[in-house]
Design a protein around this ligand. Structure first.
Ligand SMILES: Cc1cc2nc3c(=O)[nH]c(=O)nc-3n(C[C@H](O)[C@H](O)[C@H](O)COP(=O)(O)OP(=O)(O)OC[C@H]3O[C@@H](n4cnc5c(N)ncnc54)[C@H](O)[C@@H]3O)c2cc1C
Length: 520
């Protein structure tokens, strides 16, 4: 079996450059080339990562102090959801491990939260992580033994300019390490008698051959989708959003506005992101074309920005707005024949929960494992395992993201009524929605042990708690067995939070922390 030595990456968006950087770093002796087109633009948004993204920066040895200043990056500790119940309230889904109250399990909070004898319940994040006050006060610290469970390198994700990040990986990382780079547009593809890709033909009539072609061509999916016709599973039945309009606004009060969370504000026909970068704030409206035209969406976003930021009407009207089309869904397989697709070319859920760059990092890690295991020899079983690993990860998050819409209760517009009153989330039984079909239903059980595999830091209990979805069966609540333990839980949180409120106030806010440590 032929070894994979010559690798051709097609596409110079985040996925292309992230793949190129990781491969040239791990396999410096292989012949690796990236081709990108000057004429086809990248998506260029995708500015917010989860903390798992640190696996990628770790794998490539990227150092915060070096790459962050070149990518307009800030730290991110949480994803927030505002107004998803239609009441303007903000729900936090912080990163980090819930180690401070490890004698309790998530179900204890859900039982406690139903106890009518207790007034002013503490929120789930107060219960589940030790640094909820640090988050609430927008403070940052590197190491600290008094904040339980705090581990900077495990907890921090990033907010970054995706275009600058791709550029950094190109000029400061991959090219100096010997990556071959070509600017050209692929206009044709030839196949061999086995249906593998034989070569790519470019606009300048050059022909490129390789052992492995990595398709990073974005939603075009030139090789995996268009050429090999790999089946595509659309999530359009559950996820209505297929468009976005994006811009950047200037800071008016940088110390207040540069927060450690990315917010997702549920608006009339979709949701609006708020991503504070170092020099400006990314804003974008994710919406469904079934309910809004591009012009209407831009108008709604502008109105929102005029009413909800301190920027003047003149400034908001003078900004540049870019319109983006997206296709929620995944290909059935990501590695077919001699094509492996990474990034949007393989699939995308939607921007909620910032899974795009995380999936890219995961797929790259699995690809490196596959290529390293037998020194470049890859058989059909290796590819199946790669495909299974990519898909398992995606399946969980597809269900998790759909779960946000399934659990929301906002219903003041036709768009939200469709989402929260019309869609039957359990009507279609397929692998991609196993999370809703099986996983979520397990919590509706009298057997408390069904909850045992849920960890406090998992996303699911945060979203259930924040969106007011409480699956503890009524019998357990009514049994009255938990009166004392509920009170004890309340007091435990109270004493810790009171201490933390005072304690974390000494630390710098994110702006000053970055100024002292990253943007020196
Ligand atoms: C609205 C929106 C918001 C998002 N927000 C987030 C977020 O907050 N966090 C997150 O993690 N992810 C987010 N994502 C996902 C993230 O943007 C993408 O995962 C990421 O940008 C990767 O894109 P890509 O490199 O796969 O594709 P693209 O950026 O589309 O790049 C495709 C590349 O292929 C090249 N190309 C295409 N055809 C050819 C050809 N024929 N010949 C040569 N080159 C070609 C293009 O020139 C380009 O360089 C978001 C996505 C969208 C749509």
């Amino acid at each position: 079996m032929k070894k994979i030595n010559k690798i051709l990456i097609i596409g110079g968006g985040s996925s292309g450059w992230m793949t190129a950087a990781a491969l040239i770093n791990r396999f410096p002796d292989k012949d690796i080339t990236l081709i990108e087109s000057e004429n086809i633009s990248t998506i260029g948004v995708g500015e917010s990562t989860v903390q798992v993204f640190r696996q990628y920066t770790g794998m490539t040895g990227l150092i915060d102090e070096e790459w962050m200043p070149k990518c307009n990056a800030t730290y991110k500790l949480s994803i927030d959801f505002t107004n998803w119940s239609g009441d303007g309230k903000t729900v936090k889904y912080p990163f980090g491990k819930g180690t401070w109250l490890n004698k309790y399990k998530p179900i204890d909070w859900f039982i406690y939260n139903q106890d009518k004898n207790i007034k002013n319940h503490y929120s789930y994040e107060n219960f589940a992580i030790g640094h909820s006050e640090l988050l609430r006060q927008n403070k940052m610290v590197y190491e600290d033994d008094h904040i339980n469970g705090w581990d900077f390198n495990d907890i921090t994700g990033f907010q970054l300019d995706a275009t600058l990040f791709a550029n950094y990986l190109k000029t400061d990382y991959s090219l100096p390490r010997g990556l071959n780079y070509i600017q050209d547009t692929i206009k044709d593809v030839t196949l061999d008698y086995d249906g593998n890709i034989k070569s790519l033909i470019s606009s300048s009539d050059r022909e490129f051959e390789a052992d492995l072609f990595i398709d990073c061509t974005g939603f075009k999916s030139l090789l995996l989708g268009k050429t090999l016709k790999t089946p595509f599973v659309s999530f359009g039945k559950y996820l209505l959003n297929d468009k976005a309009v994006a811009t950047h606004i200037p800071y008016t009060d940088i110390e207040q506005e540069m927060v450690t969370s990315t917010d997702s504000y549920a608006h009339k026909n979709g949701w609006i992101w708020n991503v504070p970068l170092w020099t400006n704030i990314g804003k974008g409206y994710v919406y469904s074309s079934q309910f809004l035209t591009e012009d209407e969406a831009e108008k709604e976003l502008k109105e929102y920005l005029i009413n909800n930021t301190k920027c003047s009407k003149e400034i908001i009207n003078s900004l540049q707005y870019s319109h983006i089309q997206m296709t929620p869904g995944f290909h059935e397989k990501s590695w077919v024949k001699n094509v492996c697709a990474i990034g949007l070319a393989n699939g995308f859920i939607e921007p909620l929960e910032a899974t795009g760059l995380m999936f890219i990092g995961d797929a790259i890690e699995f690809l490196v494992d596959t290529l390293a295991a037998r020194d470049g020899v890859v058989n059909s079983y290796d590819k199946s395992i790669f495909n299974k690993r990519v898909r398992q990860r995606a399946e969980y998050f597809v269900g998790f993201v759909i779960g946000h819409y399934a659990m929301a209760t906002k219903n003041d517009t036709e768009y939200w009524k469709t989402i929260t009153e019309d869609i039957d989330y359990l009507s279609i039984d397929e692998d991609w929605t196993k999370y809703l079909q099986v996983y979520m239903l397990e919590f509706f059980s009298e057997l408390i042990n069904k909850w045992q595999y849920l960890k406090p830091e998992d996303g699911t209990p945060y979203i259930m708690a924040g969106f007011g979805f409480n699956p503890v069966v009524d019998k357990i609540i009514q049994s009255g067995h938990h009166k004392e333990s509920n009170l004890k839980l309340h007091k435990d949180i109270e004493s810790y939070i009171n201490y933390q409120k005072e304690y974390v106030s000494q630390f710098p806010n994110m702006y000053n922390y970055l100024k002292a440590n990253i943007y020196k």
